[in-house]
Design a protein around this ligand. Structure first.
Ligand SMILES: [Fe+2]
Length: 257
C-alpha cells in the first residue's frame, strides 16, 4: 500500500504571503507533483494546519486546490485550524462526535486519523471523548496492525519550545497504544522538520511543511523559521514494515522523470 502524507499547508488569504512564501502556490505545486508521480497511491493524508488563520477564505482556496488532486484524500486539523469554519466549508466531511477524525481499514491494517485540535492553543488535546473514541477504534482493530496519524507529535523531539506544544494527554494515549499492542507507526506534522525515530518502541516520523520550516535549533525558547525546501512523504506499508521517503517536490535537481 502506498500513501502520501502532506502536512502544514498554512494557507493564507489570496495574494498574501507567509514567511515570504506563497502557501497556495506551494500546495498547487505539491498536488501537481503527486498527480504526476504517484497516481498509484491509495490515499493522500493532509495532517493538519491546513490554514494559517482559520479564515473561511483559506478553506475555500483549499477546496478549490483539492479539485485538482486526482487521488482520494483525507483532511486532518492542526492547531492553526478552526474546526467550525473548516466544517462549514467542508460540510460533507465525515466527523466523529463533532471531531474531524476517522479510520480507514486497508489490507495492511487500520489507519486511525486523530483530531488533536484544542481551539486557541498551540498544544494538542485528547479529551475524554476523543480518548474513548480512540480506545473503541483500537479495540475494533485487535489483532490487526494500526497506523496512527496525528497533527501533534505525542513524543518529544528535543526541541523544547515545540515539545511544550505536544499532546497534553500523551501518557493516556500511550497507554491505549500499548493496550492494543500492534501500533506500527505514528505519522505526525506540526514540527515543520524531517524527523524519524521511535517513541518507547513505536516508530515515528515527522515531515516538513509545504510552506515554511522550523530551523534546526535546540535552544529552550526559540523557533526560527527557515526556507528549507518543502516536502511530502511517500509511504509504503506492507507486512514487512513501513518505509517513508521524503520528497523535496520543488527541487528541480531531484527530478527523476
Ligand atoms: Fe504548522
Amino acid at each position: 500500500m502506498k500513501i502520501i502524507q502532506v502536512t502544514d499547508l498554512h494557507l493564507v488569504a489570496p495574494g498574501e504571503t507567509l514567511c515570504g512564501l506563497d502557501p497556495l502556490a506551494r500546495l498547487q505545486a505539491c498536488i501537481a507533483d503527486i498527480n504526476s508521480n504517484h497516481a498509484d497511491a491509495g490515499l493522500v493524508i493532509f495532517t493538519g494546519d491546513l490554514s494559517e488563520t482559520g479564515a473561511e477564505v483559506t478553506y475555500r482556496f483549499l477546496a478549490d486546490a483539492l479539485t485538482k488532486l486526482t487521488l482520494p484524500f483525507r483532511l486532518m486539523l492542526g492547531n492553526h485550524d478552526d474546526r467550525n469554519v473548516f466544517l462549514h466549508v467542508f460540510d460533507g466531511i465525515p466527523t466523529e462526535g463533532g471531531f474531524v477524525q476517522s479510520v480507514e481499514d486497508t489490507a495492511e491494517g487500520r489507519l486511525i486519523l486523530l483530531d488533536t485540535l484544542l481551539p486557541g492553543k498551540p498544544e494538542g488535546k485528547l479529551d475524554d471523548a476523543r480518548l474513548t473514541w480512540l480506545r473503541q477504534r483500537l479495540q475494533e482493530a485487535r489483532g490487526r496492525p494500526v497506523y496512527l496519524f496525528s497533527h501533534h507529535p505525542p513524543f518529544p523531539i528535543h526541541m523544547p519550545l515545540l515539545d511544550r506544544m505536544g499532546i497534553i494527554e500523551a501518557e493516556p494515549l500511550h497507554a491505549l497504544l500499548v493496550e492494543h499492542g500492534d501500533v506500527r507507526h505514528i505519522f505526525a506534522g506540526h514540527a515543520h522538520r524531517p524527523i524519524a525515530g521511535s517513541w518507547r518502541g513505536i516508530p515515528v516520523s515527522v515531515l516538513r511543511s509545504t510552506n515554511h520550516q522550523s530551523a534546526l535549533d535546540f535552544s529552550p525558547d526559540r523557533i526560527a523559521t527557515t526556507h528549507e525546501p518543502p516536502a511530502y512523504a511517500v509511504i509504503f506499508i506492507d507486512r514487512n514494515g513501513v518505509i517513508a521517503h521524503f520528497h523535496d517536490f520543488l527541487d528541480e535537481t531531484a527530478a527523476y522523470r
